[in-house]
Design a protein around this ligand. Structure first.
Ligand code: ATP
Ligand code: MG
Length: 258
């Protein structure tokens, strides 16, 4: 199984929207796909129509109580796409794990014994705390959604420093599969400028597909379905399908490294 963490410590940059729609696109392409919601906000879970009222196990039980991934899987109603949901309990996990040995390796441990999926996406919270560290330690590679705005690159350097530390201490083979530009607004000159700067700075690491600002993408979660299902032909959905094709093209290298 290839595991991809979707992380950026900046809030609201499109991590969850990217995780949900890429996971849906890969499932539609035939990959047995697992999405692990590692954010106490549980946005990926509600976005897939799984509410916290359904008291089955969640990512909290995996991280804190040694529950297996298999025991925490919920089906999403979308063929080949399964979810390990998150609930608000997860916000306590950072504190509860403080004295636990190998506390950054809990998700890695759980995923390493899991079979039955070809690919796993982990949706991270907007911080570089223990939850994101668990995701980075468990992942083969990282995908960074980057919103085209003024401080985008500043936040990125902090994230890259963290990746370097994770490589040195816990997960030497952690790769970066790419940076995806999100909420691109072609009417906004600043967005264009930032996108050019990011490409100058990061080169081929930046995916060619750019996700436009698109209201259909923001409407879909309130219906409990991914945008790709809510309106598969809107600009946002088409952009995520193009991004998924590019991602699949980059996966063989990750599989070789895994
Ligand atoms: P958080 O850091 O809180 O977890 P996030 O990085 O996961 O946030 P999202 O939840 O994906 O970001 O997006 C933030 C908000 O912007 C959501 O309301 C989402 O529906 C909306 N949104 C995301 N991408 C787009 C887009 N391309 N066009 C329009 N709205 C978008
Ligand atoms: Mg999110």
């Amino acid at each position: 199984m290839i595991t991809i963490a979707i992380a950026n410590q900046k809030g609201g940059v499109g991590k969850t929207t990217t995780a949900v729609n890429l996971a849906t696109a890969l499932a539609a392409t035939g990959w047995r796909t697992l999405l692990v919601d590692c954010d106490p906000q549980g946005n990926a879970s509600t976005g897939l129509g799984v509410s916290s009222g359904e008291r089955k196990l969640s990512s909290y039980d995996v991280l804190v109580d040694d529950a297996s991934i298999a025991s925490a899987i919920h089906s999403t109603g979308i063929p080949k796409l399964d979810l390990v949901p998150a609930t608000v309990d997860l916000s306590g996990a950072e504190v509860e794990l403080v004295d636990v040995p190998h506390r950054t390796g809990r998700m890695r441990q759980a995923l390493s014994t899991h079979s039955g999926h070809d690919i796993c996406f982990i949706d991270c919270p907007p911080s570089l705390g223990l939850l994101t560290l668990n995701a980075l330690c468990a992942a083969n590679t990282l995908l960074v959604p980057l919103q085209c705005e003024f401080f985008a690159l500043e936040g990125l350097s902090q994230l890259l420093q963290t990746v370097e530390q994770v490589r040195e201490r816990f997960n030497p083979s952690l790769g970066i599969i790419g940076v995806a530009l999100t909420m691109f607004d072609k009417r906004n000159r600043l967005t264009d400028q930032v996108s050019d700067d990011v490409r100058d700075c990061l080169g081929d690491l930046v995916f060619e597909s750019v996700i436009p600002r698109n209201v259909r993408l923001s409407e879909a979660p309130s219906h409990g379905v991914p945008a790709l299902i809510y309106d598969h032909s809107c600009r946002g959905s088409r952009a995520y399908m193009a991004l998924a094709r590019e991602l699949i093209g980059r996966l063989p290298a990750e599989r070789a490294a895994a």
